[in-house]
Design a protein around this ligand. Structure first.
Ligand code: ABU
Length: 500
């Protein structure tokens, strides 16, 4: 009973050892209960409440903060309630995001990381984690095909920030004076992405002072891949207009369609026009772990930089993202500020291990340990098996949908990644002969079904409009707990709710 025990009674208080142990064991018990529930397909994914309900407080779950300390008993109740009203993203029927699943080794890694509570900026306070990061960067360089080069990289807070590093370094490589003089001394620079690329590139252009208008979107084919001829055309056109192209950001695994841009062709064009080639493989990079599927990223070895998020297909707990840069030294010269209070040049060890000045942050979270521990636990082979299984599930769903009445694929092609995009078409829509009216009605179907799913807490899948296509479901597989029976459930559930 912790009703009269407070945080001040725990370590480092003089006799806090026993209370600390008992309290943490209680927390573990709460976590274990949640983990068991997560993997029980019959349990609900979520117990949905609207924001005002959470703000008002639910059954004694009060989110407001008080001036006086609350007893540990209340904190344990709060821990239970926080998980109770959250979303079980490791549930076998959670398909809402590219990052899902609950890897037990990864959880252990994250817990150790929190316990170590250190910062990635210098070797002196993170010796083991810094060396682990170097080992993993090297491993990922080799997998990309940069084994012969002395390449670089850094783990960062998510794919958008990894992409930001790439564009930042790409611009610095061509215009090193940007660091001291700013945009005023640069020509009118532009970069190229596919029209299916991630929105982060535009956001980065805004943040870096390049401007979103200077991100030129290249046309894609039906499948969502950048068309190399269009890229070439856009580059020539930009040059003719007096603009200065400096970078192409290709995508290996687009967020919605799961498309791979033709990297080899794009590399040829970048070489010909002397442009930096970035590959945003945040989502699709995981396929590099599979001998069967890695050919889809052929040409990535010719990139100057790559974003790869192990928290997606590789199932590492959030967050775990890396930017890999082919040329050693660029990250440092681009970002280094030499703060003397942190990066003293006269330390007693090789200060090349103080990686903090390569980053745009000061403090940096330790995201490396959970990945390192999972790699130890699975081996490279274990990731390959897991990713091949996701691809088999995507193929299973695609083949069912192809034959199933009341479902229509957004594009009819075997999945290259685990994305399968489709509409559910209720029978009543078939009688609408006016195409515009039919599309207007179809637009409303996915949001309605999704709302019912969330209210019922049975499953979760994402939907969106895309280009000229009205709202459709995007299924993705990145959860090792998902089985074929969960895919069957999803289809039945969409049909059941669609008829309601
Ligand atoms: N690009 C961030 C992840 C988006 C998603 O989970 O759908």
């Amino acid at each position: 009973d912790f009703s009269n025990v407070y945080a001040s009674d725990l370590l480092p208080s003089k006799h806090g050892g026993e209370f600390t142990e008992q309290f943490l064991l209680e927390v573990v018990d709460i976590l274990l209960h949640y983990i068991r529930k997560t993997f029980d397909e019959k349990s609900k994914i979520l117990d949905f409440h609207y924001p005002h309900q959470l703000l008002e407080g639910l059954d004694g779950f009060n989110l407001e903060l008080s001036d006086q300390p609350e007893p540990l008993e209340q904190l344990l109740v709060d821990c239970r309630d926080t998980l109770k009203y959250g979303v079980k993203t490791g549930h076998p029927r959670f398909f809402n995001q590219l990052s899902s699943g609950l890897d037990i080794i990864g959880v252990a890694g994250e817990w150790l990381t929190a316990t170590a509570n250190t910062n990635m900026f210098t070797y002196e306070i993170s010796p083991v984690f810094i060396v682990m990061e170097m080992i993993l960067l090297k491993k990922m360089h080799e997998i990309i095909g940069w084994g012969e080069t002395e390449a670089d990289g850094i783990f960062s807070p998510g794919g958008s920030i990894s992409n930001l590093y790439s564009i930042l370094v790409a611009r610095y490589k061509k215009f090193p004076e940007i660091k001291t003089k700013g945009m005023a001394v640069l020509p009118h620079i532009v970069l190229f992405v596919s029209e299916h690329s991630h929105y982060s590139i535009k956001k980065i252009a805004a943040v870096l002072g390049i401007g979103t208008d200077n991100v030129i979107e290249v046309k894609c084919d039906e499948r969502g891949k950048m068309i190399p001829l269009e890229l070439e055309k856009n580059i020539l056109q930009a040059k003719k207009m007096g603009l200065t192209p400096f970078c192409v950001s290709a995508t290996a695994g687009t967020t919605v369609y799961g498309a791979f841009d033709p990297l080899d062709n794009i590399a040829d064009i970048c070489e010909q026009h002397n442009l930096w080639m970035h590959v945003d493989a945040a989502w699709g990079g995981g396929l590099l772990m599979s001998k069967k599927h890695s050919y889809k990223l052929h040409g990535i070895e010719r990139a100057d930089s790559v974003t790869w998020n192990p928290h997606k297909l590789m199932g590492v707990p959030l967050q775990c993202s890396v930017v890999l840069i082919r040329e050693m030294g660029l990250l440092k010269s681009c970002n280094q500020m030499c703060a003397e209070y942190l990066f003293q040049p006269d330390k007693h060890y090789d200060i090349g291990y103080d990686t903090g000045d390569k980053t745009i942050q000061c403090g940096r979270h330790v995201d490396i340990f959970k990945l390192w521990l999972m790699w130890k636990a699975k081996g490279t082979y274990g990731f390959e098996v897991q990713i091949n299984k996701f691809m088999e599930l995507a193929d299973y769903l695609y083949k069912i949908l192809k034959k199933k009445e009341n479902f229509e694929l957004v594009f009819d092609a075997e999945p290259e990644l685990t994305n399968v995009c489709f509409w559910y078409i209720p029978p009543r829509l078939k009688s609408i002969s006016n195409e515009y009216e039919r599309q207007q009605e179809l637009q409303k179907i996915a949001p309605k079904i999704k709302a019912m799913m969330i209210e019922g807490g049975t499953t979760m899948i994402s939907y969106q409009p895309h280009g000229d296509k009205v709202n459709f479901f995007r299924m993705v597989f990145s959860n090792p707990a998902t089985k074929q029976s969960d895919v069957d459930f999803l289809i039945d559930e969409i049909e059941r709710l669609g008829k309601a």
